[in-house]
Design a protein around this ligand. Structure first.
Ligand code: UD1
Ligand code: UDP
Length: 369
């Protein structure tokens, strides 16, 4: 059976890499890897780490390109590859433009190519938050034929939308598989900055489109107040390369004492840093899933989350993007370490590191039917 995997951004690569390598090890599949390269440097970091050499690279990234440009370039590029390779199944992941376009390009073939959606069924139930990801995953789910839902809740979301229950498999999230593999390598790596004794490190990541402008600006102002009021706090902010993001952060946080604006970190360095931090401020999707395994709380810089399991288990708290709210949530944990420790759950609701095996079993079940 020939499986063609399509991905294009850092988070998709992190969560697809363990699956690609797992499927390649079996005798059942011939695996081809297509990257749209919607991201470039951030994608290449992951490919190198997991030793994946793509069979096709559409190399579509251009600085600050629009969603339309990404969609059109990826759709055209994928058509040619699908017609040449004629795979038995395509696998896409998550909720990016590459995800949606990968599913659409496969659907457009005649006969349509069956598509498996890894990380299916996540819903915030708000098309504008996160934007455009909620639309991407809803559209992808309805174009796909087989759904790998990470949790029971995501399975229920799919069923409620009329997806055939026979085609939904609860598998856990492959991010836990990735984390477990890379964590072993990341132990004892040096940190990208010097720390003092008794210092607390806060990691920040923020990049989402709905955060551009006032929300990101307000969070930066809150960070400024945090480092000014808490002299034992060091902030590390691996900032997204998007100029639209950096142009907002730079005037507020450049050259501020104990604030490090650093280039996106290699996944193993990032995990190492996360594991040593006191808590995180983030609008990321994947970080909400990694937090429980790494036992590091996240104050989520968003209005809503499609990962309510992270809130229910305690590891994530919805802080929003209002300056006072973010400052108060952070101050609460900094002033009372007990509150921070209470957020850490016993286990990770997103899986146990065996998602790749569950996905492989599901593909075989689907195929035999
Ligand atoms: C994309 C995804 C988002 C995902 C995020 C992960 C869409 C619409 N958005 O958002 O769902 O959460 O990736 O990080 O699919 N850039 C570089 N180098 C890189 C990557 C990006 O310079 O390696 C810059 C470019 O100027 C690019 C811009 O960042 O145009 C934005 O990249 P894009 O893929 O459009 O959106 P992200 O915000 O990264
Ligand atoms: N990450 C990384 N280096 C960094 C910041 C994040 O490797 O400097 C990882 C992080 O551990 C997580 C993923 O990138 O697995 C999240 O990516 P991002 O926030 O860009 O996308 P999202 O998950 O929000 O779609």
């Amino acid at each position: 059976m020939k499986i063609l995997t399509i991905f294009g951004t850092r988070p998709e690569a992190i969560k697809m890499a363990p699956l690609v390598n797992f499927l390649k090890k079996t005798d059942d599949f011939e695996v081809k890897v297509v990257v749209t390269a919607q991201h470039r440097e951030m994608l290449d970091q992951v490919l190198e780490l997991f030793k994946i050499v793509p069979d096709y690279d559409l190399n579509i990234m251009k600085k600050t390109q629009s969603l339309t440009e990404i969609t059109v370039k990826a759709l055209e590029g994928l058509e040619e590859i699908l017609q040449k390779e004629l795979p038995d199944m395509v696998l896409v992941h998550g909720d990016t433009t590459t995800t949606f376009v990968g599913a659409l390009a496969s659907f457009y073939q005649r006969p349509s190519i069956p598509v498996g959606h890894v990380e299916a069924g996540l819903r915030s139930f708000d098309m504008q938050n996160p934007y455009p990801e909620e639309a991407n995953r809803v559209l992808a789910d309805h174009l796909c034929d087989i759904h790998f839902a990470p949790t029971e809740l995501s399975r229920q979301n799919l069923e409620r939308e009329g997806i055939n229950p026979q085609r939904i498999f609860v598998t856990g999230n492959t991010v836990v598989d990735a984390l477990q593999q890379i964590r072993i390598m990341s132990k004892n790596m040096p940190l990208p900055f010097e720390t003092r004794e008794n210092e607390k490190t806060i990691i920040v990541t923020m990049h989402r489109r709905e955060s551009w402008g006032k929300p990101l600006e307000s969070v930066c102002m809150a960070i400024l107040r945090i480092v000014s009021d808490f002299k034992n706090v060091r902030v590390v902010f691996p900032w997204h390369p998007n100029p639209k993001v950096r142009n907002i952060i730079s005037p507020i946080l450049s050259n501020v004492e104990r604030v490090h604006l650093v280039e996106p970190l290699d996944y193993k360095d990032f995990i190492n840093l996360m594991g040593k931090s006191f808590f995180m401020l983030s609008d990321s999707g994947g970080i909400q899933e990694e937090a429980a395994s790494l036992e590091v709380p996240v104050l989520l810089l968003r209005k809503v989350t499609e990962r309510p399991e992270a809130i229910s288990c305690g590891i994530v708290k919805l802080a929003g993007t209002n300056e006072d709210d973010v400052y108060n949530c952070a101050a609460e944990l900094l002033l009372d370490e007990g509150k921070r420790d209470k957020m850490v759950p016993d286990s990770n609701p997103f899986g146990d590191g065996k998602a790749c095996k569950h996905i492989l079993d599901a593909i075989l079940t689907y195929w035999r039917r």
